[in-house]
Design a protein around this ligand. Structure first.
Ligand code: MG
Length: 260
């Protein structure tokens, strides 16, 4: 069921969005060569506790998960792109890191992800990250009253196809509200003018993610982490946005903190 939020409810979702934005900016700043993924999770946990927020991940146990997630942040490294379960690993020079983070504050969820490189970057990794960020910008620009879900999907795909990337539509954007995942599904490819009409009050997580040379994923032995089938690297960029009569509001906006 697709739920629409009143302007007052969208206002009430702002603290969750702000907290997620600030936390990802902080974690990005603090994550360096040598940082352990478990330390990132511990730090996120500390920030959650301090803010009185509630993790959406720690007890998360969907049908595809082997067991409850047990951590408060997803850390997907290099050829891992989604649902990366933090493990005992110290980041190495040139690692491509994706942090994906969702919490609820005052009963409202915000969900966002950012990719970046620690240490010396490879050009192709920076290009992949730039493509996901431009695809997210295009998705947000298409999230206006009068458009349809397919217009968002098409906007994402156009950016990816221009770079020769293929797209996996199994995992994509989703409605956000009291729960992390709601209707509608927002695939990262689709036909313009098709699908659910975008209405005022619709709150969505939009999340382009791409792999360098495949659209196939494999699941790690940990039962969570999704990696490219061919070992190529992945990047992921996500914001929670609210569609209003005046255009989209990026609830998890962190541009003022210097992070896309
Ligand atoms: Mg997310």
């Amino acid at each position: 069921m697709i739920e629409l939020r009143t302007p007052a409810e969208i206002e009430a979702m702002r603290p969750a969005g702000r907290f997620v934005a600030e936390t990802l900016a902080t974690l990005r700043e603090e994550t360096k060569v040598g940082t352990n993924l478990l330390a990132i999770d511990r730090r996120a946990h500390e920030l959650i506790r301090r803010a009185g927020a509630t993790s959406c991940y720690i007890d998360y146990h969907p049908s595809f998960g082997a067991s409850p997630f047990g951590k408060v942040i997803c850390t997907s490294i290099n050829d891992a792109v989604l649902h990366g379960l933090p493990f005992d690993y110290a980041l190495r020079d040139g690692d491509l890191v994706t942090l994906d983070f969702a919490v609820s504050v005052d009963g409202w969820v915000a969900d966002s992800a950012v990719s970046f490189v620690v240490g010396t970057p490879r050009d192709e990794d920076l290009a992949l990250i730039d493509t996901t960020e431009r695809a997210l910008d295009a998705a947000i620009a298409a999230a206006t009253v009068g458009n349809r879900i397919g217009d968002i999907s098409h906007a994402v795909a156009e950016v990816a196809h221009a770079e020769g990337l293929s797209i996996n539509t199994d995992f994509g954007g989703h409605g956000v509200g009291r729960e992390m995942h709601g209707d509608p599904h927002v695939p990262n490819d689709g036909k313009p003018g098709r699908g659910y009409p975008l209405r005022e009050g619709l709150v969505l997580a939009l999340e382009p993610w791409f792999l360098q040379s495949t659209d196939k994923l494999v699941t790690d032995d940990d039962g969570w982490t999704l990696r490219s089938a061919d070992g190529s690297r992945g990047a992921h960029s996500e914001h929670t946005i609210a569609i209003t009569a005046d255009g989209p509001i990026i609830l998890t906006d962190r541009s003022h903190l210097g992070v896309h």
